[in-house]
Write a protein that binds this ligand. Structure first.
Ligand SMILES: Nc1ncnc2c1ncn2[C@@H]1O[C@H](COP(=O)(O)OP(=O)(O)OP(=O)(O)O)[C@@H](O)[C@H]1O
Ligand SMILES: [Mg+2]
Length: 129
């Protein structure tokens, strides 16, 4: 499922849909809450730093487990220093700078591709525990 992110309403909608999706693959309340935090933080960054973009989520599975792949895609100015952006309290927007490091802590895999030419593409994988 792909959702265009342009306003705060879109963030609430995306977060709600992702929680339902996570629930449908058998995640418990703590897990669906984590999924919702991940998608909200990524979507807030899209609005704040790129104005608009997309989030999408899909099911990933192995023979043993299932999980959710959450992606955030925008054509904004890109993340200047990815290493710094993953550190606590680094923010170019004058806020707490805890979004990406928080996602890194609660997810299983965080991959960031970001260049001024291609924009920002973030992939987060979260497995059912
Ligand atoms: N989609 C994006 N496009 C461009 N830069 C981004 C994007 N997402 C994050 N960044 C950069 O990475 C930094 C860290 O992001 P992070 O979400 O951790 O913190 P924040 O958004 O500044 O603060 P918080 O999420 O705690 O309110 C941002 O300050 C910004 O410089
Ligand atoms: Mg943020």
């Amino acid at each position: 499922m792909t959702i265009r992110i342009k306003s705060e309403n879109d963030i609430h909608y995306a977060s709600h849909e992702a929680m339902n999706f996570a629930k449908d693959i058998g995640m418990n309340t703590l897990e669906t809450t984590k999924v919702s935090i991940i998608i909200s933080e990524l979507a807030y960054n899209i609005i704040k730093y790129a104005e608009s973009g997309f989030v999408r989520f899909s099911k990933v599975s192995t023979h043993k487990n299932e999980g959710i792949l959450i992606e955030a895609i925008d054509n904004g100015p890109s993340i200047k220093d990815i290493e710094k952006a993953l550190k606590d309290n680094y923010s170019t927007g004058g806020s707490l700078g805890l979004g990406l490091p928080g996602i890194k802590r609660i997810s299983d895999l965080l991959e960031i591709n970001s260049t001024p030419e291609t924009g920002t593409h973030i992939k987060v994988t979260y497995w059912k525990k």
